[in-house]
Design a protein around this ligand. Structure first.
Ligand SMILES: [Zn+2]
Length: 187
């Protein structure tokens, strides 16, 4: 097994609440009673792909490459992220479970890779974050999206958490706006 050190927090990754809200938004966006199967397939692909895009954006948000439990801000921020994750799963978990699961699915990589390090077993074909690598391959080879690799590295900057907070609030507003529109249209 490879001994390469990969910390749970040593990756360019968006926080779970942003992925969850994106899953909810995408399911709402593509929801269709008439073309249910097509809507589900598009939602599933969009949710998975959105994970890669958000993780690329994470470079410009507060995500220190290494966990620092002695840093009060780091601890409080991640505690808040955990609480918001639980709250969002409580609110949206049952109605949007598949979209949320697919939006979060690539992070299964870290569970599998770290479990092998922690519990000393080896899955030969899964020593690397395969789902993330596939997403990065697609994004890095898609004209236009390559520009995401030029984002500034703000991962160590406390104030860069505002980028993710604003993004999350923006997605939440879009979710609420869509819900409101559906309510007004009555379908
Ligand atoms: Zn990720």
């Amino acid at each position: 097994m490879k001994t390469k050190q990969i910390s749970l927090f040593a990756t360019d990754k968006m926080q779970a609440p942003t992925h969850i809200l994106t899953g909810v938004l995408l399911q709402k966006l593509f929801d269709s009673k008439r073309h249910q199967t097509v809507a589900q397939i598009i939602t599933a692909l969009a949710c998975y792909f959105s994970h890669g895009l958000l993780d690329k954006l994470a470079m410009a948000t507060y995500h220190p490459p290494v966990a620092d439990f002695s840093d009060v801000f780091w601890v409080l921020y991640h505690l808040a992220v955990l609480l918001i994750t639980v709250l969002l799963l409580y609110v949206y978990g049952s109605e949007y479970k598949w979209a949320i699961a697919l939006a979060l699915l690539p992070d299964l990589d870290w569970v599998v890779v770290h479990s092998q390090h922690l519990f000393h077993f080896d899955i030969p074909f899964y020593n690397e974050p395969l789902l993330h690598n596939a997403l990065h391959y697609i994004i890095d080879n898609t004209p236009g999206l390559q520009l995401l690799n030029n984002l500034p590295d703000y991962r160590e900057l406390y104030s860069a958490c505002i980028v993710e907070i604003l993004l999350g609030l923006g997605i939440l507003s879009a979710v609420k706006a869509l819900a409101q529109r559906r309510r007004n249209i009555h379908f």
